[in-house]
Write a protein that binds this ligand. Structure first.
Ligand code: UDP
Length: 348
């Protein structure tokens, strides 16, 4: 089965690519490399020392907003008699902070880009899609754990773009309920790395997210972690999030493909998280305990666009996808640290 994996060279995409290849899928990675490194591809190929597996991977450099290139990819696959049967769509921009200052760019890439992809899929009768949505769409959620039916109220342009795409899915599905099969996966906070330490998270510039910032402090690339507020309405005053091991998250995508393959037309919005909430202080403590590193920190003011608490109810994912996250917070720390130690400067 041939899968188009947009954004396949990124942190999440590279882990999904590896699992797909290991399970025998034919994988087309489509990536602009604007936020990822071409070294990722070499790492994936090196990991797959079995030649037969390597030849199942193809990489195309391109921008999701370029409809011509998307069309040529789909057409070429049809000509090869190996049409794209399912798309995992991860390509997009994802910095909450950047989206506040550059909303047009976020709408262009995340919404127009997805529209291009859907138009191209329809033209080529490809109707199966797994999409990377985000827990950020719940915004100031009124209760935890967060259920999929909970009110959607994004508080940032980034979140708005994810909601816009989900609304588009809804219209699409309604327009012909016998056609599309879509899983929109609402990610919580993916962290950690592949246990080999060959692929992992390599943010460009100063990391926005907590976990890569911690590993960069531990390796000496950053001096001190800034904690964005110790006055939140939580037990210890720091923000609470749902951290999920990247391999668990990647496995959720493979389970989604299985689900789509065995389903009639469907549109499902599904939380992917660990179902547990940890505060920033708890993460620091666990990281220090697991790795023996010390993480110096300072307390700073709250960050724009943040919420106090966010963690998932994952019963829908368990029920529908027969999927369950298996890796502990300690494993997330150990694997994330293993990747950082083996690659102090990331892929560079
Ligand atoms: N956070 C922090 N310092 C950082 C980055 C994040 O204190 O350098 C906090 C942030 O305020 C939030 C939690 O860590 O409470 C997770 O932040 P992250 O950006 O990783 O994920 P998101 O907020 O997008 O869920």
């Amino acid at each position: 089965m041939r899968v188009l994996l947009t954004g396949g060279a990124g942190f999440i995409g590279s882990h999904i690519a590896l699992l797909l290849l290991e399970r025998g899928y034919d994988v087309l990675i489509f990536d602009s490399f604007a936020n990822s490194s071409s070294n990722v591809i070499k790492r994936i190929e090196n990991f797959l020392d079995n030649k037969a597996l390597k030849y199942k991977l193809r990489v195309i450099n391109g921008d999701i907003r370029d409809k011509k290139i998307l069309e040529s990819i789909f057409s070429k696959c049809v000509k090869e008699n190996k049409p794209i049967e399912v798309v995992i769509h991860l390509a997009g921009v994802k910095s909450v902070v950047e989206s506040l200052t550059n909303p047009l760019y976020y709408w262009d890439v995340n919404v127009s880009g997805t529209l291009n992809l859907l138009l191209t899929m329809k033209e080529h009768q490809c109707y199966s899609l797994v999409f990377s949505s985000s827990a950020t769409i719940y915004g100031l959620s009124s209760y935890v754990p967060i259920l999929e039916e909970q009110k959607i109220s994004p508080i940032t342009p980034y979140g708005q773009t994810k909601v816009a795409v989900e609304n588009l899915f809804y219209d699409l599905y309604k327009s012909n309920v016998n056609l599309w099969k879509i899983c929109s996966l609402r990610y919580f906070n993916p962290v950690g790395a592949h246990p080999s330490g060959l692929i992992g998270e390599d943010p460009k510039g100063i990391p926005n997210n907590l976990f890569p910032f911690i590993t960069q402090v531990a390796i000496g690339r950053q001096k001190t972690l800034s904690i964005y507020g110790d006055d939140w309405e939580t037990k210890d005053g720091s923000g609470i999030r749902d951290y999920i091991h990247i391999i668990d998250l990647a496995e959720g995508h493979l389970s989604s493909i299985d689900y789509l393959n065995t389903s009639e037309s469907c549109l499902e919005f599904i939380n992917l998280g660990s179902g547990k909430g940890y505060s920033v202080f708890q993460i620091i403590r666990q990281f220090e305990l697991s790795t023996g590193c010390r993480i110096p920190f300072s307390i700073e003011s709250r960050r724009d666009g943040d919420v106090a608490v966010s963690y998932a109810d994952i019963s829908k994912a368990k029920r529908l996808l027969s999927w369950t996250p298996k890796r502990s917070l300690e494993q997330m720390c150990l694997d994330g640290w293993n990747w950082q130690m083996k690659n102090p400067n990331g892929y560079g």
